[in-house]
Each structure stands twice: as C-alpha cells, then as structure tokens.
Design a protein around this ligand. Structure first.
Ligand SMILES: Cc1cc2nc3c(=O)[nH]c(=O)nc-3n(C[C@H](O)[C@H](O)[C@H](O)COP(=O)(O)OP(=O)(O)OC[C@H]3O[C@@H](n4cnc5c(N)ncnc54)[C@H](O)[C@@H]3O)c2cc1C
Length: 431
C-alpha cells in the first residue's frame, strides 16, 4: 500500500464488509478491510443461520471447507401457552442441497476474513475507525486510532449502530421502534443428547421460532438453533417494548428457558456464553440514504434486515456485493460522485433486498396491532383444540365444541383469528 492510499476502504469485517472486499479484490481493485475486533467475529452476536444461496455467491461450495455447525433440515414453530405448547414442524430432505446452516460467528467471520486475505484484500484487524475524512464534502478516507488511510471510495459496513453513517448525516439516531434487542445464551450439551432431543441425524440441524409463553402480548420472538454440541437460545424484542416492561432482558430469557417445553431441550446444559445485540427492524421505511460523494453504506449499517423472514446476513452479503460492483464501475470511470454511486441504490431496488422490504413495509404495523392474537390467542386456541381432539375423557364432543366456541367468541377476535379447524367445527355443530 503506497502512502496509506488504496482504491477502496471497507470498514467492518462482518458478512457485508467481507463480501464487498472480496468482490472488489476479485476485480483486481486495491482494497483495505478494517475491523475493530482482535479477530473478525469477536464482537458479533448472532442467532442463527446463514443462507446457502447468497453465501455461495461469494464463497462457492463453502460448506466443504468452512467451519459450519449444522445444516438446517427442520424448521419448527413453537406456540406456547403458560405451560403447554403446539409445535409445527417443517422437515425437508436435503438431497445434498442445503438451504441454511448454523454457524458460530467468531469461527465463521474469522474464516471469511482469512478467505478475503487469500484473495488479496489488505486486512487490518484491531483497528478502530474513529471517523471519516472529508474534503469538499467528499469522503476521502478514514481516521483510525493510529493513522489515517485514504481511498477513492469508502464502504461503511460497521453494523447496526453505524457511527460513521451518522457522522456524515446519512443515518439519524435510531428510533427505539426501529430496532430490537436480542439476548442470547449458548448452552453446551452432549452432542448425542442434543441429536436425541431434536430428533436429528448427525450434522443435521433444527431452527425453532417461539411465540407466546413468557413472550405473550409482546412484540417479541424467541429462537432456538442447534449447533454441533451447543444450543443457541434467545429472543428479540422491540426496544421500545422492553423499555416499558418492568422485567430485565435476562429475566425474560430465564422465564423462556424455564417453560416446560423449552426446558426439556436444554436441561442439564451448561451456559457458556451470554450476549445481547441490536437488530435493525424498521424495514423499508427506515432505510436511510445509502450513498453520497465517495461513500456507500451496506448491511445492518444500512438497516437492510428482513425480520419477517429472519434474513440479515444474506442481505448484508448481497448489499456488499452490489456496492462493490457499483464501486468497480465508478473506479473504472474515475467517477466517485454521488450520482455515479446512486447506481448502488438502483441495484438494491432491482434486487430482492428492497423488493422484499417493500413488500413487507406495512407488515410490522399489522403484526404489532395483532400481537395479542398472534402471541396469545393462537397458541391458546391451538393447544385447546388439540386437547379436545385428543382427550377421551367421557365428555360429549358437542358439549366440548360449544364450550370452545363460546370461549373464542368471548375472547373477541373471532374474525381475525379463526383457524380452519374451528370453521370446520362450526359446520359440524350446525348439522
Ligand atoms: C441474536 C441475533 C440473531 C440473528 N439471527 C440471524 C439469523 O439467523 N440469520 C441471519 O441472516 N441474520 C441474523 N441476524 C442478523 C445478522 O447478524 C446481521 O444482519 C448481520 O450480522 C449484518 O452483517 P453486517 O456485516 O452488516 O454487520 P455486523 O455483522 O454487525 O458487522 C459489523 C462489523 O463492523 C465492525 N465495526 C463496527 N464499528 C467499527 C469501527 N468503527 N471500526 C472498525 N470496525 C468496526 C464490527 O466489529 C463488526 O465486525 C441476527 C442478529 C442477532 C443480533
């Protein structure tokens, strides 16, 4: 690197930054990837699963060499009441083509940054970027704790809080309603026990989402993911909601872990990690301006998370790739102006990122308005219905159905919450 000058600087070696840096290096551009952690991934918190499609676009056949935990072959939804649960499971035969994998972020991000180095990226860990350097309203470099580096373009991939995007006015202070707090524990458990409890073959994995129970009536979702010999368990909750609650975030996690259905999976396990992190959840309406003269923002820094479908890393990687492609064109044309970099926005609009976020732009509001139905009523109805269906207790069925329907009507949300099974029962009663 001559005189601390490269063509591109990428700040942050999470999925977004690594994907951008590798795409640039592959096009022969001189790129510096700066990461504050001792190692990429050191400071990163995650559920969770990475998705095969977008990951393989950057790392073809990554599952053959990358440190993955398990390939997801089952997705479960737990509907919890206070003590009982209904579980919906979708299990698929992989046929060698996996859709998602659980990973440990500290191992995974480290591996990704090593691949970036192998591809020719200058990689600088243990380097905190304090601010962007501006000249005539163009971003021309970064100031780290130790020295300054210069470039034609800076790509900001510093995650959800993005102090750098705030510095240049591309991001405002994040609203509490546009972000959720995630708390998570990693629980160590004997591998065979884990496979028995989740009914998994070796190397197969399960992703669980949890509604209700201690999270009932809150804009919150629990999760459980199987790793090799650990289980990641946690929940995320809207920041404005947790601020209003009297309970501390870890207390709510303890309540979730103590639910009879959940505790059966994790019992006798040892908590080896506890962490919390923010997730951008404002969706389409919270996406900021994503470029300016000499600068673009990608991944969580750009609020590109689709929380309805649990997608973050894949959108981070795709946005990194699209920003890098825009930068390659800009460097080739020697035009780093905002008008040149606006092509990044166009590429995002044409991709699944902004298309999907736009599709869901009002979904969060609908869910928030119906959170009681979703997190409380559905789990109760599902459990009560299955209880009626499966209990041979000598009570006449018609009497039970009437009681059940009366309860639903009393609870008041018959039109919005009626499941097909109840419609079928109503017909049966009319006969
Ligand atoms: C509990 C939880 C569960 C999740 N589950 C899933 C899931 O199952 N699937 C999924 O796809 N997504 C999931 N996500 C979301 C996903 O983790 C993020 O969307 C993704 O990590 C975003 O990648 P990124 O590269 O934009 O940001 P990050 O991964 O946050 O990376 C930002 C990087 O920038 C570095 N950095 C920050 N500031 C500076 C600075 N000033 N100087 C130098 N370096 C800096 C950080 O150290 C970090 O390495 C989950 C998130 C959480 C919190």
């Amino acid at each position: 690197m001559k005189n601390n000058k490269v063509e591109i600087i990428v700040v942050g070696a999470g999925p977004a930054g690594v994907s951008a840096a590798i795409t640039l290096a592959r096009a022969g551009k001189k790129v510096l990837l700066v990461e504050r952690g001792d190692c990429a991934g050191d400071k990163n918190v995650f559920g969770g699963t990475i998705y095969a499609k977008q990951t393989a676009e950057i790392f073809p056949k990554f599952w053959e060499t990358a440190p993955i935990e398990r390939a997801i072959t089952e997705q479960k939804i737990f509907l919890l009441t206070d003590y009982n649960s209904t579980q919906i499971s979708y299990k698929y035969a992989s046929k060698g083509a996996y859709k998602a994998f659980t990973v440990n972020r500290s191992k995974w991000d480290k591996w990704c940054s090593q691949q970036a180095e192998k591809e020719g990226v200058y990689y600088a860990p243990k380097t905190l970027v304090n601010e962007l350097i501006l000249k005539d309203r163009n971003v021309i470099g970064i100031k780290t704790e130790f020295e300054e580096f210069y470039s034609d373009i800076v790509i900001i991939a510093d995650g959800v809080n993005s102090l750098l995007a705030k510095q240049i006015g591309l991001r405002k202070e994040i609203k509490d309603s546009d972000v959720s707090l995630s708390v998570k524990e990693v629980i160590k458990i004997n591998k065979e026990k884990l496979e028995d409890r989740f009914n998994l073959d070796e190397e197969d994995g399960c992703a669980c989402r949890i509604l209700g129970g201690p999270l009932r009536d809150k804009f919150a979702l629990g999760f459980m993911y199987t790793n090799k010999d650990t289980i990641s368990i946690g929940y995320s909750i809207s920041l404005d909601e947790i601020k209003k609650l009297k309970v501390k975030p870890y207390e709510l996690l303890d309540e979730l872990k103590a639910h009879p259905t959940v505790s059966a999976y994790i019992k006798n396990g040892e908590t080896i990690e506890y962490s919390s992190h923010l997730i951008p959840e404002g969706g389409y309406n919270a996406v900021p301006k994503l470029y300016d003269n000499g600068v673009m923002i990608i991944g969580d820094a750009a609020m590109l998370v689709n929380n309805i479908h649990f997608e973050g890393t894949n959108l981070a990687m795709l946005s990194g790739k699209l920003a890098a492609e825009t930068a390659i064109e800009a460097i080739n044309n020697k035009d780093y102006s905002k008008s040149s970099l606006s092509k990044y926005h166009t590429k995002l609009k044409e991709s699944i990122i902004l298309k999907d976020l736009k599709t869901h732009r009002n979904t969060i509001e609908v869910i928030k308005k119906n959170i009681h139905t979703l997190s409380s009523l559905y789990p109760e109805l599902a459990c009560e219905f299955l209880e009626i269906l499966t209990s041979a207790d000598g009570v006449e069925k018609k009497v039970k159905y009437r009681k059940f329907l009366k309860e639903i009507i009393k609870k008041g949300t018959i039109s919005s919450s009626i499941p097909l099974a109840i419609l079928a029962m109503e017909k049966c009663l009319k006969k």
